[in-house]
Design a protein around this ligand. Structure first.
Ligand code: ASN
Ligand code: ZN
Ligand code: CA
Length: 332
């Protein structure tokens, strides 16, 4: 039971000062979120196994916001997990990753100079490295939501992590990762269609991935072709990320929350967006009802068309937009 639910103050590295849900424990507090299944955040202290130590504090004010301390990364991870949980509940009507109200847990400060983060089904947990020089933990909200969504995908379509289905698996994490960032509506990390823009993973301030034109990363595909499934899943995801951007916002130039986008179509067609909320509802319904472990891009087109039909009707503009947008990324 969580009768001692508290609201703490977190000084995060990427999202400014945030409220985090904590639990009173003895004379102090711990990072256990009793409002969200009891999600806990642990400090691995540069280790790479087990759970390390549950993060605790004396006065319920956490982190210094620099990332040079031990608590800041835990604040970002705990906040990201909470916002992702809230997005699943409020926007998708889903009770946690597996739909059963069960919390995952987070582990921060994994390894030395570890420039990655990951979800693991076997522990039902997500884990974050501290980045190059242990300076930029990979705990920004879009990264946290990306990793947590690997758990959601495992619990639903369970898309195989290879070939085209692997690209769709990766894209699902980017699509809901970006959607959570918009949902959180945080002034220090406003929503965008970029992935990992806060963690400086390239050392030059550029993001890891771009949804409006995925090829801007130098590796990802903008449009489907018959060799797409040969790419790494983090690059074949580009086509579905691009589909999602186009479905939400439309083609051509657009500025959202101060970020400029310019999204092309394969055939030069002009697409009009239906908005982000409808776009993620269609994607989630397709994922959770119609996709299976072997769904490929052609199958994703069918799955999202069925989802749009269920949600908006067989004569709907939304269904027409889904079909036209897939054609726009060369999935026919
Ligand atoms: N951060 C990576 C991802 O979520 C880890 C991996 O390659 N599986 O895709
Ligand atoms: Zn991923
Ligand atoms: Ca982002």
């Amino acid at each position: 039971s969580y009768e001692a639910v508290e609201t703490g103050t977190g000084n995060s590295q990427y999202s400014g000062e945030v409220e985090i849900t904590t639990t009173k424990s003895g004379s102090g507090f711990e990072l256990t979120d009793g409002d969200r299944g009891g999600h806990k955040t642990y400090d691995l202290n540069q280790g790479s196994s087990g759970t390390g130590e549950l993060v605790t504090d004396d006065d319920d004010t956490w982190g210094d916001g620099t990332g040079a301390d031990r608590q800041t990364a835990a604040v970002d991870a705990h906040y990201g997990a909470a916002k992702t949980w809230d997005f699943y509940k409020t926007a998708l009507g889903r009770d946690g990753i597996a739909g059963d109200g069960k919390a995952a847990y987070s582990r921060v400060h994994y390894g030395e100079n570890y420039v990655n983060a990951f979800w693991d089904d076997s522990c039902f947990c997500m884990t974050y490295g501290d980045g190059e020089g242990n300076k930029n933990a990979l705990t920004a909200i879009d990264v946290a939501a990306h990793e947590m969504t690997h758990g959601l995908t495992s619990a639903t379509a369970n898309l195989d992590y290879a070939g085209e289905s692997g690209g769709l698996n990766e894209a699902t994490s980017d699509i809901l990762g970006a959607s959570v960032e918009f949902f959180a509506d945080n002034a220090a990390d406003a929503g965008d269609y970029l992935i990992g823009e806060k963690i400086d993973i390239n050392g030059d301030g550029s993001p890891l991935r771009y949804m409006d034109k995925p090829s801007k990363d130098g590796n990802s595909a903008d449009f489907w072709d018959e060799n797409l499934g040969d790419l790494d899943v983090h690059y074949s995801s580009g086509v579905a990320n691009h589909f999602f951007y186009l479905l939400a916002e439309g083609s051509g130039k657009k500025t959202v929350n101060g970020v400029e986008y310019d999204s092309p179509t394969a055939d030069g067609s002009t697409l009009t967006g239906i908005g982000r909320e409808k776009a993620y509802q269609i994607w989630y319904k397709a994922l959770s009802v119609y996709m299976t472990s072997t769904t490929d891009y052609a199958g994703a087109r069918v799955a999202t068309e069925k989802a749009a039909t269920d949600l908006f009707g067989a004569d709907s503009e939304e269904l027409k937009a889904v079909s036209a947008t897939w054609t726009g990324v060369n999935v026919k």
